[in-house]
Design a protein around this ligand. Structure first.
Ligand code: CA
Length: 356
């Protein structure tokens, strides 16, 4: 190699190695949009959507670029299901119970009152046949679902009065989505659903009497403690809510096989990451609510929980009678929960009971 050629070669190599990476510099082969039901970058949920978008981009070496839109930026929060179904966006980030108007059975893929916790829910989805049912449920809408996060056990909600008996729920207008809302209705309350971003104003102005949202980490971010006095636990209605990312099936089929695997793998990573974020941040937020904002944190009386449990069993059973598919999902879900409950009896339950 002549000296001049050597320098020419060396300088080209130097320029190449100075680039962050060749793949990152490449133009994306796929420019995707993700629409969400959450405010952009809202703690845990919005950041979870962004995490998944970034992870897809990173693992694909920049071949897929995903732009995230918060609720209302491209489409309103509760219209993302149709938007992705119709190909307005490639990805949607929400939770399956928001779409119960399409099919009541979807609620099993979010959460069920007194149903499974986050780890049990993941086990059912990935190892117990749950994912196959979910795919079947969304397929008529040209959508492919993926589990993309979990809130863990939620809180029971914000109230401006004490809840001492089931009587206290009568006439209560409360934001509570999914099957939990149906249970409240049977208990004499009026459930409503509103996107998270509207909760504070609705509660503050008295449009609703009470609300649940997620847990301390999220509820503190919305300032719900400035609109209600009592914060009740546990979130009997949402013991481990799966957050979803669904894809337009046509857009997904356009991806080469390696990118399809990357998208599905990224969702599994995001699923774990979100739960870790909630677990690690909830207690810090709880301390702030308790010590700084002097929130009155109460446990639902056992009797109230027991009665809600009994109503829940009826509501979920009734849902199963809707059609054959609902019955199949119900049987799969409830038999899986029965097994995990048996195992919990001699594993996590006695273990947690001994801790102080
Ligand atoms: Ca909730």
């Amino acid at each position: 190699m002549k000296r001049r050629d050597f320098f020419k070669y060396f300088s080209t190599a130097a320029v190449l190695s100075a680039l962050p990476s060749l793949s990152k510099a490449k133009k994306p082969e796929f420019n995707w949009k993700m629409v969400t039901t959450w405010p952009k970058n809202f703690p845990g949920l919005g950041t979870g959507a962004q995490f998944l978008a970034d992870k897809i981009q990173e693992l694909s070496g920049g071949r897929i670029k995903v732009t995230v839109y918060g609720a209302g930026e491209l489409v309103p929060a509760f219209e993302i299901f149709d938007a992705v179904s119709n190909g307005v966006a490639e990805l949607g980030h929400g939770s399956a119970y928001y779409w119960k108007g399409k099919n009541d059975t979807f609620q099993f893929f979010s959460t069920v009152p007194f149903g499974m916790t986050s780890s049990e829910m993941n086990a059912w989805l990935y190892k117990g046949g749950g994912m196959e049912f979910w795919k079947k449920a969304y397929s008529p809408f040209n959508l492919i679902p993926m589990a993309a996060g979990n809130s863990g056990v939620q809180m029971g909600g914000w109230f401006n009065k004490e809840i001492n008996s089931l009587e206290d729920l009568k006439g209560l207008k409360m934001r509570i989505p999914g099957l939990g809302g149906e249970v409240l209705k049977r208990a004499g309350g009026t459930p409503v659903n509103l996107p998270g971003g509207e909760l504070f104003t609705a509660l503050k102005t008295g449009t609703i009497d009470a609300t649940e949202w997620v847990g301390p980490y999220n509820d503190l971010a919305f300032g719900l403690h400035k609109a209600a006095k009592y914060y009740y636990y546990p979130g009997w209605h949402e013991p481990g809510t799966t957050i979803e990312c669904f894809m337009n099936a046509n857009k997904f089929s356009e991806l080469p096989e390696d990118l399809q695997k990357i998208v599905i793998g990224a969702a599994k990573i995001a699923n774990m990451d979100m739960l870790c974020e909630f677990i690690s941040r909830n207690n810090d937020a709880l301390e702030i609510l308790k010590n700084k904002h002097k929130v009155d944190i109460r446990q639902y009386p056992d009797e109230v929980l027991k009665e809600l449990y009994n109503i829940s069993k009826i509501v979920v059973k009734e849902l199963s009678l809707k059609d054959d598919f609902a019955m199949q999902v119900y049987e799969s879900y409830s038999s899986f929960q029965k097994k995990t409950t048996n195992w919990n009896e001699i594993s996590i339950k006695p273990y947690l009971n001994i801790l102080e």
